[in-house]
Design a binder for this molecule. Structure first.
Ligand code: FES
Ligand code: FE2
Length: 449
């Protein structure tokens, strides 16, 4: 029996043995693993600021046990969970004005890992001068706590996305959801625009607007921060470009509030979302939902439905029951059901998976660069500039032309929009939006009317 025969044999389940070999280079996240080392070169959101209360929070991130707390001075500490003395969990520590004190023998740690006191030891003890407890730097933004868990000498600038501050008055609402599967399969969802037509629209309950039932034309473009994942659809007289940022290594931005039957130009985001590994088989989907009238002109968002374990769009958490999940599966069911760590060797990828393939290729390239000790190809925004991002929701009135190949029109339209948006990345927010809009308007007038 040749392999080819076995693969095409009807009732040939016996011959189709599934591989159990994970793509560990991409999926494993612990200290010292290639993927884990790569991910440790970036800032990641790890918790909601609102989770920090009177008691320390034990958390696992990138397969490391950690304790997170806000001390009496308001500073956030992220320390190795186990006390440097004899390993008691600092989850049971007492938060101090400065840092945290272990419950067992009173060792006192500052947020940078400095051992301030070893009170049971004799005064002449030099332990605290010879040792620092494991600690990581943190930053808070938009109600999220971010951490950098890589080598201190390689700490990157904290990237503030332009979409967080544009348009003026944009309001950010944070959320955090537990996904019980490997981080990469959840992250790849952002580079997979075709699923929106099937999982969210056809053959399922309509989870967003009816325009999602239209089959999108797909295209993918590299950007300085990752890739732009485009689904362009025809809906009557309108063309709708839904272009999502897939941002290295584990972030994405996308839109949701579109109805695609009225004109819209939103070079900004509905949500910025990271998939942050807890360990190899669990991750947090942590995000900032954006509230502004440009991305959501009809005010469909619901800030009250966003927070710990919840967000205001369907399918992001487990359905209320297994049966309901089977009847109306969402992103959560689809991703978790790929398995704890989906095995790439068992996939049969088609042309619609190009975004997933590009995402893996970009991440693998970064992993190997770190392994070789090379710097990552990442745009520097020295001086605290905003990081340009590329998410766009565009709906334009472009009626079909009699006799013309409309599929080709749809494809070309998406490509031209993406080119203009990516080229606009060098302009400051505000001016950037105006320039991109006038260029797209001129392009439509010249090429599509
Ligand atoms: S185990 Fe923490 S002070 Fe002894
Ligand atoms: Fe989805």
């Amino acid at each position: 029996m040749t392999t080819a025969n076995a693969r095409t044999m009807k009732f040939g389940g016996y011959h189709r043995r599934r591989s159990v070999r994970e793509d560990t280079e991409l999926t494993h996240v612990g200290p010292g693993t290639p993927g884990g080392e790569y991910l440790r070169r970036f800032w990641h959101p790890i918790a909601l600021s609102s989770e920090l209360g009177e008691l320390p929070l034990a958390i696992r991130i990138l397969d490391e046990e950690l304790v997170l707390f806000r001390d009496g001075g308001g500073r956030v500490g992220l320390l190795h969970l186990r006390c440097s003395h004899r390993n008691t969990s600092l989850e049971y520590g007492f938060i101090q004005q400065h840092g945290i004190r272990c419950c067992y023998h009173g060792w006192h740690y500052d947020v940078d890992g400095t051992i301030l006191e070893t009170p049971g030891e004799p005064p002449r003890s030099r332990i605290k001068d010879k040792l620092c407890h494991g600690a990581y730097p943190t930053r808070e933004y938009g109600g999220l706590v971010f951490a950098y868990m890589g080598p201190p000498e390689e700490t990157p600038e904290f990237p503030v996305y332009d979409s967080w501050v544009h348009p003026e008055g944009n309001r950010l609402v944070p959320y955090k959801i537990h996904n019980p599967c490997n981080w990469l399969q959840s992250h790849e969802n952002g580079a997979d625009p075709i699923h929106t037509c099937f999982l969210h629209a056809r053959g399922n309950e309509l989870q967003f607007s009816e325009q999602y039932t239209a089959l999108p034309t797909l295209s993918f473009f590299e950007t300085p921060i990752g890739l732009l994942s485009l689904g362009t659809r025809r809906w009557d007289d309108y063309l709708w470009v839904r272009a999502s940022d897939v941002i290295l290594p584990n972030a994405a931005q996308f839109g949701l509030a579109e109805v695609a039957s009225e004109e819209k130009f939103a070079l900004c985001a509905w949500v910025s979302r990271w998939i942050v590994p807890i360990d190899n088989t669990n991750a947090y989907a942590i995000g900032l939902r954006h509230f502004n009238p440009v991305i959501d002109p009809h005010g469909t968002g619901d800030a009250e439905a966003i927070g710990l374990g919840k967000v205001d769009f369907p399918g992001q958490v487990a359905a209320p029951s297994h049966e309901e999940g089977q009847r109306n599966p969402g992103d959560f069911e689809a991703q978790v059901a790929q398995g704890p760590v989906t095995v790439h060797a068992n996939e049969t990828r088609g042309v619609t998976d190009e975004g997933v393939i590009m995402t893996r290729r970009q991440i693998r390239k970064g992993i190997r660069a770190v392994k070789r000790g090379q710097p990552l190809d990442w745009p520097s925004r020295a001086g605290g500039d905003l990081l340009p991002t590329y998410n766009i929701e565009l709906v334009s009135r472009v009626p079909r032309k009699p006799g013309a190949d409309d599929d080709a029109t749809v494809r070309r339209f998406g490509r031209r929009v993406a080119e203009i948006v990516i080229e606009s990345g060098g302009l400051p927010p505000g001016a950037r939006q105006e320039t991109a809009k006038s260029r797209i308007d001129a392009m439509i007038a010249a090429e599509f009317s």
